[in-house]
Design a protein around this ligand. Structure first.
Ligand code: ZN
Length: 198
């Protein structure tokens, strides 16, 4: 339970900062609504929280987090539960964000599973990771040891997600009209470096 206590103390600090010392912050965000300019698609990994990494304030970034920060290709079968696609749709169509950042990272457990296993248990994780099971990823896995393959696949998966983003008609249209820019960033947990891939 120690963990939860720490989180509740953290909330007290947050409350003090935004509701006692700067009460206008949330009042304005409620009265005017949110208008974040950037959608960040990051991994669920506890070490790569975009708000912490980017020192963001409330209202700055709209965030999607999932296993391995993947974007599925556009799929117009609306009978499926497309959580990531729904959030992309909301960010682009309704919030009209001007940037989408795919934030990948080193030592990603999701990518490691993709590199090491290929066992197709047909559980949620394996099915989800199939998004990144491309020829390029398979080639990297075949030609490298596990650690090297993981680092290369983490970066390649960012490229796959960038490509998949463009399969969404409303994303492609906004990019063509110069209303939206898409970016790929890679955070190295060991060195602390942030590589700008795109
Ligand atoms: Zn990850």
């Amino acid at each position: 339970m120690a963990d939860v206590k720490k989180l509740l103390q953290g909330f007290d600090n947050f409350y003090q900062k935004y509701f006692v010392e700067n009460p206008e912050t949330y009042k304005n965000l409620v009265l005017e609504g949110q208008s974040p300019k950037t959608l960040v698609i990051a991994c669920s990994d506890s070490r790569v929280d975009p708000s912490i990494l980017m020192n963001a304030d409330p209202g700055d970034i709209f965030v999607i987090r999932n296993v391995a920060n993947l974007v599925p290709p556009f799929d117009d079968d609306m009978s499926h539960c497309h959580g990531t696609s729904a959030a992309i749709e909301y960010a682009v169509k309704h919030l009209k964000v001007q940037n989408i950042v795919i934030l990948g990272h080193s030592h990603c457990g999701g990518i490691k599973t993709l590199v090491e296993e290929h066992n197709h248990n047909h559980n949620f994780i394996d099915t989800w990771l199939e998004i990144a099971e491309t020829q390029s990823i398979n080639q990297i896995c075949k030609n490298n040891d596990t650690e090297t393959a993981c680092r290369l696949c983490e970066k390649e998966a960012i490229q796959i997600s960038l490509n998949n983003l463009m399969t969404f008609p409303f994303v492609a249209e906004a990019v063509q009209q110069d209303k939206l820019k898409i970016h790929g960033w890679y955070f190295d947990l060991w060195s602390g470096n942030l590589d700008i891939i795109k």
